[in-house]
Design a protein around this ligand. Structure first.
Ligand code: ZN
Length: 182
């Protein structure tokens, strides 16, 4: 059965341009759209909300406030860490993204803000936290999600990369999932 409109449980293909402060920061063209599972918080809430009920061919622009995007900027997410606690600290430069692992093995991405003789200041906010997001969107395709996609809470596209944290922030997928996908 063909899917007419975007609703929960539908795998949606979209082309989009994301601009922040007038600058393009992300883009997916219509010949290489991204696929996501609607209703599973795969994309920022403000964009997901704006896509609800849309059909293939719909084009629209939406402005998403930080609260409905990547969240407000949180000053307490900026931390000063002793150099000795940072592996490969000699390699670091201001503005670089680094991955830090906590005691439980969780990986966090951070931006290097400052490097001193004894410490490094890391910003654990998402790079788009506190930003107003301007999306130009085109709905390119719709299909029903299969059971496995619903169970995993994300779409399994042809070129799906389970490690691609743009679209899959959790680590709950096991390796066998990769073998069973289409
Ligand atoms: Zn999966």
């Amino acid at each position: 059965m063909a899917v007419e409109k975007i609703a929960d449980g539908v795998v949606v293909s979209i082309a989009y341009v994301l601009k922040v402060d007038g600058q393009e920061v992300e883009r997916a063209d219509a010949d290489d759209p991204i696929e996501y599972l609607h209703g599973a918080a795969n994309i920022v809430p403000g964009l997901e909300e704006a896509l609800n009920g849309r059909a293939v061919g719909d084009k629209f622009s939406v402005t998403v406030a930080p609260e409905d995007g990547y969240g407000p900027y949180d000053k307490t997410e900026v931390e000063r860490i002793p150099r000795k606690d940072i592996p490969g600290v000699e390699q670091l430069k201001r503005g670089m993204m680094v991955e830090m692992e906590d005691d439980e093995g969780y990986i966090y991405e951070a931006t290097v803000m400052e490097i001193t003789k004894d410490s490094v200041v890391l910003d654990f906010n998402h790079t788009l936290a506190g930003k107003t997001l301007n999306f130009d969107v085109e709905v390119v395709g719709l299909r029903e999600a299969d059971e496995e996609e619903i169970a995993h809470g994300h779409a399994h596209s042809e070129d799906w990369d389970e490690d691609d944290d743009d679209w899959d922030d959790d680590d709950e997928d096991s390796d066998d999932d990769v073998d069973r996908r289409n």
